[in-house]
Write a protein that binds this ligand. Sequence first.
Ligand SMILES: [Zn+2]
Ligand SMILES: [Zn+2]
Ligand SMILES: [Zn+2]
Ligand SMILES: [Zn+2]
Length: 405
Amino acid sequence: MESNSDSNRKTHNSNAEGSVECKRATGGTNSTAIQRKRHQDDDLDEDIQPLDHHNATDKKLFHKINDITKGTEKMKISLIDEIGIDLPKFGYIPQNTTYQDAYVPFTLARIADENCCFRCNGDCLSSRVPCACSRETGGEFAYTSQGLLKDEFLEACISMSHQPKDHHFFYCQYCPLERGKNVHNHEPCKGHLVRKFIKECWRKCGCNIKCGNRVVQRGITCKLQVFAMEGKGWGLRTLENLPKGYFVCEYVGEILTNSELYERNKKIRINERHTYPVLLDSDWGSEQVLKDEEALCLDATNYGNVARFINHRCFDSNLIEIPVEVETPDHHYYHIAFFTKRNVNAYEELTWDYQIDFEDDGHPIKAFKCQCGSSYCRDVRRKVSETKQKEVGVKRHKSGTSRVS
Ligand SMILES: [Zn+2]
Ligand SMILES: [Zn+2]
Ligand SMILES: [Zn+2]
Ligand SMILES: [Zn+2]
């Protein structure tokens, strides 16, 4: 259990709801910024139990919250603090919620007959000929009858995430992302990876809720725990062994338009942002020009689910995010679901690769100083190559020659 990124270290008082704060990582602060929290009885309700406050010389308080989801998920998710950092503060939501301008219409009428399988019944996976709901995944369902991702599909997604440059990118004519940064004089689109989608059956389909093509919509089914790490802040771990291709949880947050995200970022000071929003840009290429209210992202800063505690890890993270279409037939809005890339052992920290470009200085959110510990860490590699370049420069200067061994 190694790993992970720089993380949430800003302190907040817990409140009576046991509401919690934190991240999909980042902040750019360092471990010395961890502030020790003093014991405040008034802050604690029955869900937040002080586990140890007998040490008079060090006023560290250890916390335990039985269920950060406040009963909104099928599984309880505990939070445990064995080092004494402040409780995170946010509102737990089990499903995405629109913030303001985001246009996300959920209506059965939008799902055409060819976008669903109203003639199916029971379990679509067991029908001899795969139904219409497998079309998105090339006429084969993405899931096995055990509810895991099929190996071939998973490996294709992993390859896309490991070597994005080998895959297809779409470049917008008028990029909503760049337009959000500067309406009048925006830079050209930096490109959006065209991803593989999973399409799940939904309410208009004839099958039942136990249909094997409904995994993400059934929610979290494994035992997870939020925990505090010395020098790293909060993280998420599994309390049980998970097989490869297992659905862990969705990335849940407020659905924002890109301009709303940009406005929000302007108000948040760099060190205050502990979550790294996710763009829903996997299919921007299917439209000529995306309207502002259709260029969406998810932000778990104020409201989110347990996924906001998952730390970043460059390249060899144990989770991968995959876009999942459930209630909308187009790809303006979709779900981001986390699956295991390999077998994961109980008590292993769960991590994912946010695909942060550490060299993109123009990105609205400043990349944090990566402490993921991966030997493939892109931030460390970038710094090593910068240092090498500087050394080369110095040698050139000293020797007056451009040849360096
Ligand atoms: Zn079906
Ligand atoms: Zn079905
Ligand atoms: Zn673009
Ligand atoms: Zn279906």
